[in-house]
Design a protein around this ligand. Structure first.
Ligand SMILES: Cc1cc2nc3c(=O)[nH]c(=O)nc-3n(C[C@H](O)[C@H](O)[C@H](O)COP(=O)(O)O)c2cc1C
Length: 437
């Protein structure tokens, strides 16, 4: 995309004024303000369920306690994915228990990407939820209550059994027990509505023995949706949170193809979360060799893979670019170095209808312009109202270029981008001085 957004002059002035004004507090309620002032409908979808705005908290250390969810609900976040719990069977057995280790120190530090851009990464040694499954269910219950009162969607995240190199069998009981027990909690709040659930394929898997064989990883993606769906037919929307494996980009593309090629039915994934952090087997943190990391290389890689998946891969040879849209594209929630509205919009152009952040919420207060409020409010202020990097400025810029109808919310815009990939690709490759006429 060009370096600077070019909304209409009056809008650009208004955004600059609002950015300054809201340093002392966001407008409430947020979404109606944005719609009335700019004609931008922030409503969207996550896992096929409505969210009031597309910005959410990705699963992790900032969504494992009640007070964190409470603060996010008050601050106006669109959705929260809870910390990943390790699946268990009815006897309490957890085959992935090595992922249930407690958090130690977390280090937030600057990182420079390969192309020379600066960003942030978080390094730590913890993994999944460390308390009991019973405690997780209680937490899920509280989080749903808080979320519902504030119109903020809450979803659980689970790491289920994945067979390793020597294993052939799947521990179905872990899938059945964990899914059905989480669904019980969800149903107390949402009745028959299907429960969104993220299956976490974490970046640390990339460094584990389990993920050394490409064919084995492909098997995981083929089998997991059925195993979860079968635990509660028709009741769960299964989202696969994909990891960046240690193999080359071609492999990521093959994984995306595998997931998309499943026939409708229980084997079909309902939505994708793309893509979790990179893994560096040679990097050391304290006494541990091999760590996950983020920053500019993560968004560069994710955006490049999604772009290839949407365009080059999906265009049958000989057909014009207009035929490039994949009919079977799954709903997409983006994650990975979303540190500005601009990067969120880069993901939107590749078909994402919601944006989940972790690292952004961990940055020091000095990284934000807002003077008061919670970290979540500071993030929303930055993500939405920044005059050059904010989502409103970019959405208005794109509205002019693509002639989007004002009634299209974020989800409709994401769908439009999937269907008009040729127009999107053209804009992505325009040099700055030609963009926007
Ligand atoms: C400290 C930390 C803990 C995380 N824990 C989880 C987790 O339990 N489950 C999960 O699916 N992702 C986890 N993630 C990944 C994030 O949810 C997110 O997808 C990823 O960090 C990319 O987003 P970011 O660049 O905004 O951080 C964690 C990330 C960090 C930095």
């Amino acid at each position: 995309m060009p370096a600077i957004p070019r909304p209409r002059e009056a809008d650009a002035r208004r955004i600059a004024e609002d950015f300054e004004r809201f340093r002392d507090g966001l407008p409430r309620p947020l979404e109606p303000y944005v719609f009335d002032t700019y004609g931008v409908d922030l409503g969207s979808e996550y896992a096929g369920l409505r969210v009031k705005n597309p910005f959410g908290k990705a699963s992790g250390q900032l969504s494992l306690a009640r007070h964190q969810v409470e603060r996010d609900a008050e601050s106006g976040l669109g959705f929260v994915i809870l910390k990943t719990v390790i699946a268990q069977d009815s006897g309490g057995e957890r085959s992935m228990r090595e992922w249930a280790i407690p958090e130690t120190r977390m280090l937030v530090e600057p990182i420079r990407g390969r192309l020379g851009r600066d960003g942030w990464t978080v390094t730590w040694k913890g993994r999944g939820w460390f308390d009991t499954f019973h405690a997780y269910r209680d937490f899920f219950d509280q989080a749903l209550r808080l979320g519902q009162a504030a119109d903020m969607l809450v979803a659980p995240s689970v790491k289920y059994h994945l067979p390793g190199v020597e294993e052939t069998a799947w521990k179905r009981e872990e899938y059945d027990f964990t899914t059905s027990r989480l669904l019980e909690v969800w149903s107390q709040h949402y009745g028959d509505r299907p429960m969104p659930l993220e299956k976490d394929f974490s970046p640390t898997l990339a460094g584990s023995e389990r993920a050394t064989q490409q064919a084995r990883i492909a098997e995981w993606f083929e089998a997991v949706p059925s195993l979860i769906h079968r635990a509660a037919p028709g009741r769960v929307r299964v989202g696969l949170k994909m990891f960046n494996a240690l193999f080359e980009d071609e492999f990521q593309l093959r994984m995306l193809d595998t997931i998309h090629s499943a026939q409708p039915g229980e084997g079909r994934t309902d939505f994708l979360v793309y893509g979790n952090r990179l893994f560096d087997p040679a990097r050391k943190f304290e006494d541990k060799l091999g760590v996950a990391y983020g920053g500019p290389d993560l968004s560069d890689r994710n955006l490049a893979v999604l772009e290839r998946f949407r365009f080059a891969r999906s265009r049958p040879p000989g057909l014009p670019a207009q035929s490039a849209a994949r009919e079977d594209a799954l709903p997409l929630s983006a994650t990975g170095d979303i540190h500005s509205g601009r990067i969120a919009i880069e993901y939107l152009l590749r078909g994402a209808s919601s944006f989940q952040m972790h690292t952004l919420f961990q940055l020091p207060n000095g990284a934000f312009s807002m003077r008061v409020g919670s970290k979540t409010e500071k993030c929303l202020h930055h993500l939405l109202f920044h005059p050059e990097d904010g989502a409103i400025a970019w959405l208005l810029d794109l509205q002019r270029r693509f002639v989007w109808k004002p009634e299209m919310n974020i989800d409709k815009k994401a769908q439009w981008c999937q269907q008009h990939w040729a127009a999107v690709a053209e804009q992505l490759s325009l040099p700055d001085n030609q963009a926007n006429g």
